[in-house]
Design a protein around this ligand. Sequence first.
Ligand code: CP
Length: 307
Amino acid sequence: MKHIISPLDLSVQDIDDILNLSENIITSPEKYAKVCQGKKLATLFYEPSTRTRLSFEAAMMNLGGNVLGFSSADSSSAAKGESVADTIRVISSYADICAMRHPKEGAPLVAAQYSSIPVINAGDGGHNHPTQTLTDLLTIKNLKGRLDNLTIGLCGDLKFGRTVHSLIRAMIRYENVKFVMISPEELRIPDYLKREVLDRENIPYEEVNVLEPVMPKLDLLYMTRVQRERFFNEEDYIRLKDSFILDAKKMKHAREDMLVLHPLPRVNEISTEIDDDPRAVYFKQAEYGVYVRMALIMKLLELDGDC
Ligand code: CP
C-alpha cells in the first residue's frame, strides 16, 4: 500500500501519470463519475483549511464516492487526548483512504505507520504539502506548457511555507530549473533544505530581499502568505507580514508570459488589482486542485476510468 507523505513518495513517472490522468478528467469528467462508487474518503483535519479539505471532498464526490471526517481537532477525540496512531487505527475500518492535515510535522507519517488504508499528507506543520505540489505542477504544466527550463521566483515566507518546501523538492527533478528566493532575512528557506536538497543536487539559486530587480528574469512567481500561525510572537508577524505586496506597479517589471501562482489563502501579499491580469493564475490553480486530487485518489486506490 502506498502513502503520500512527501512529494518524493511519487516518482517523476508517477507524477506524469497523475498529471495525464488529471488532464483526461478535465476533458471527460463523465468517464470518471462512478469510479469510486462504494468507496469512502476520510478527511482528518486537525488544522484549518478551505481548499485542501473541500477539494479532496469534491474530488471524491466527483468520482462517485462518499466522504466523512472532521475539520478541527476540537471537534474530534484529539480534544480528549486521543493519539494520531489510535485515531487512524479506527478510521482504517471506516474508510478506504484518508487525507490528514496536522500542525505537527511528521504526524501523517506516524499515521501511515499505523494505518491499513492509504494516508495522504494534506499539510504537516511547516514541512510538506504534497497535494498542493501536484496542484502546482498541473498548473505549471497546463498553463506554462512545460516543467523544465524554468526560473522560478519564490516570494514571501520561505521559512515556514510548506508549499514552497514541497515545490522545491518536486521541481529539482526536472531539467534546468533555477530558483530565485525572495524573502526577508528572517524568513529565508531553512538551512536543511539548502544543504540536503539544493546544494546536494547542485541546483542554482539566489537569495534576495527585493522583488522588482529580479522580476524580469522570472518564468513563474510563486507568492506565499506570511504564516502567522507558525510565529512564536505576534510582534514579529506584524513587522514582517507586509514585506512583499505584489501590485500592478510591480507587475510592470514582469515578462508578458510570467505567471503568478499562490497556494492561497491570500492575506495582503497580492493586491486584488492584479486579479484580472491574465498572468495571475491562482484561482485557476485552486480549481486544478480538485482534478489532481481525483487522479491521486484513483491512483492510490488502484482504480482506472473503466471501473
Ligand atoms: N492551499 C491550501 O492548502 O489552502 P487551505 O489551507 O485552504 O487548504
